[in-house]
Design a protein around this ligand. Sequence first.
Ligand code: SAM
Length: 265
Amino acid sequence: MNTSIPKLPLILRPFILSLFLSLSVLLFISTQTPLHQRKTTSSSDQQPPPVSSTTTKATTTTTSSSSGGLRIRPGYSSYNAYIQHQLNKTLNPKLRQIWTTRDWERKVKVFSQFFDSLKQRHLLSNSSKALSVGARVGQEVEALRRVGVADSVGIDLVPYPPLVVKGDFHAQPFDNGTFDFEFSNVFDHALYPWKFVAEIQRTLRPRGVCVLHVALSRRADKYSANDLFSVGPLVELFKESELVEVRKVDGFGLDTEVVFRKKEK
Ligand SMILES: C[S@@+](CC[C@H](N)C(=O)[O-])C[C@H]1O[C@@H](n2cnc3c(N)ncnc32)[C@H](O)[C@@H]1O
């Protein structure tokens, strides 16, 4: 019996060889690319609005800390795709109806308790000029006003007058040093967390207070653009501020309150 393996026709040999080489190269590349690596940008709509020069420095910081506690979710093909994804939920008419009716009072009450507590700890006062970042329909702004902080406003991609004005938190529509107090429970929605933080620090006056509600012990929803695993990366990003306090809270799925105060210089 003849047991020898039949030889490949001569014409097929270069083809098989190049197929083998291409597969080897592809396999090598796929093992070299970390899962959390951010997309490189190539077209203009992949760029967020420009922010201050501190951004570039902070980018390096965030990248270096990404494995240690902050992960940018991959998958957005462009900045516009990220914004559209956020808008899908924020503009949903049925949800907007629920947020402004059934949900309204319940959320305003919980936010009011948080802001009352901050007043008691002298981190917020009736004379504070306050901003809520990512305020959607503005329950938190209503709460600020109810506890006596009259000069309060929110920003979101979609305005909800008179409580919320239109603004992207990666490029806040306010001058430097505008606010005494900024609150946000949407850090996880930032595609560029270092810009989110740089903008808060830019628009806070010296000694101004920033309060973030974040989720550390469970992952947030499918609209989140990053995952935070510890307070460490926030401390790294808030370079112009000092950490004042970290405490556990129960805030609509967010479990940790982190308080920063912007340094004098
Ligand atoms: C989970 S909701 C929180 C809404 C509100 N803070 C609350 O607790 O009811 C996240 C909000 O962030 C807003 N958002 C997402 N990306 C944004 C961006 N780049 N600039 C401003 N707002 C943004 C969304 O439109 C949405 O209203």
